[in-house]
Design a protein around this ligand. Structure first.
Ligand SMILES: NC(=O)c1ccc[n+]([C@@H]2O[C@H](COP(=O)([O-])OP(=O)(O)OC[C@H]3O[C@@H](n4cnc5c(N)ncnc54)[C@H](OP(=O)(O)O)[C@@H]3O)[C@@H](O)[C@H]2O)c1
Length: 368
């Protein structure tokens, strides 16, 4: 129907609301639309609840009540078909008397793939699958990557000054962008399961790595530091707040027992990881993170860490904040952006926003 893209797009927007908050489940949305004689109206909507349950479909049906009967369901992902802790969503849609289902993306989960659609069709429901698939895939990408590759999705965020630098050695956090761009970067944090930095950033900047947007403080993700040599200071803000915000130190496994005890007592989790050529093996780390439910990882630098992820081809999405000011000063040891023109060639720009005096461009990895 001609209104299908409109309602499915509304569902895709709704799904973004719980991105990063639904545990190992993807954030899916369902919009129920019924024509009661005066043109189509939305009679119910739902998005996967925080933590991953209930799913979107039963929430939308509960909101619609009897008005779900004869409605069209617009769902961003194929409804599940397997009995888990709750009945399959395909069955819930059938029982509610839904007449038609329009979905954006097939579920790659082997227990569901194609079966959700088949179950609906077998019950006489008209199913249209694959509408706005690319648009929905953007929001589902962490889930899709985890299912396909068993690893966490990586978004690299970098703030680069007009003269191509990300900071100055020994000067802590050097402002590269203004407050509007910084607020946007906090919003980006809220949509991820964890933020990762190298230990030099933890040492030099002493960051909090939390989401500090008013009203979204509870959406701060876990913090992860690549610290193969156990250099993380005990008086760092990350350690001091580890009891309130999950903090994982990725180590090479050789930390003195008294330091290990002090970090653990402060609330830090130590995650020994495989070492390859003297460095933490990043592909294996991403698999380990996926295994503990961290599917959407935001890498925030610094230069060495960003370069390591870029050189290993592990960056799926890139978010580049470009400052409008030059920051180099005579006498300062400037840190150049790790992102050179050849690396940028590997990504396709998909959106540029003006944020005050600065810009933010989102890129996705170029396939093939
Ligand atoms: N503008 C921005 O977007 C931005 C963002 C973050 C930071 N920064 C700036 O960047 C600077 C710090 O950057 P940096 O390049 O010096 O350091 P960094 O990337 O923060 O940390 C590098 C350290 O992390 C560990 N590490 C990183 N990758 C590893 C791997 N694959 N395996 C094992 N260990 C790994 C190593 O620790 P060991 O040496 O102990 O082995 C390495 O020396 C700071 O000045 C900060 O202000 C800028």
């Amino acid at each position: 129907m001609s209104t299908d893209p409109r309602y499915l797009a509304a569902a895709i927007r709704l799904a973004r609301r719980h991105e990063g908050l639904t545990g190992t489940n993807p954030s899916v949305a369902c919009v129920l639309v019924r024509d009661e004689g005066h043109g189509p109206v939305v009679v119910g909507s739902g998005v996967t609840a925080i933590g991953g349950r209930p799913h979107a479909e039963p929430l939308a049906i509960a909101e619609a009540g009897e008005r779900a009967r004869g409605a069209t369901a617009y769902v961003t992902l194929e409804p599940c078909a397997h009995h888990g802790r709750t009945p399959p969503c395909a069955e819930t849609l059938i029982d509610a008397g839904i007449a038609r289902v329009v979905t954006a993306h097939t579920d790659p989960d082997a227990r569901v793939s194609g079966r959700g659609h088949a179950m609906l069709r077998a019950a006489g429901i008209d199913v249209e699958a694959g509408l706005l698939g690319e648009e929905a895939a953007e929001g589902l990408s962490a889930y899709l990557i985890q299912k396909a590759s068993k690893r966490a999705q990586v978004t690299l965020k970098l703030a680069v000054s007009a003269d191509g630098y990300i900071g100055a050695r020994g000067e802590g956090q050097v402002p590269v962008t203004g407050p509007v761009a910084r607020a946007q970067s906090h919003l980006l944090r809220a949509g991820h399961h964890a933020i990762l930095v190298g230990v030099a950033t933890a040492l030099e900047d002493d960051p909090m790595l939390t989401c500090r947007l008013p009203g979204l403080e509870a959406r701060s993700p876990a913090r992860i530091v690549l610290d193969p040599g156990g250099r993380m200071p005990l008086d760092a803000k990350l350690v001091g707040t580890a009891n309130r915000h999950r903090t994982i130190l990725v180590t090479g496994g050789s930390i003195a027992s008294d330091r290990r005890a002090a970090l653990t007592a402060a609330g830090c989790e130590l995650m020994p990881c495989e070492i390859a050529n003297g460095r933490i093996a990043l592909p294996e780390l991403l698999e380990d993170l996926a295994a503990i439910g961290i599917h959407a990882l935001l890498v925030e630098g610094g230069a060495a860490t960003a370069r390591a992820f870029l050189e290993e081809g592990l960056v799926d999405r890139l978010v580049l904040f470009s400052g409008d000011r030059a920051i180099a000063r005579p006498g300062a040891e400037m840190i150049a952006s790790p992102l050179d023109a050849a690396m940028l060639e590997g990504f396709t720009p998909c959106e540029t926003l003006t944020l005050g005096e600065d810009t933010m461009t989102r890129y996705t990895k170029r396939e093939g």
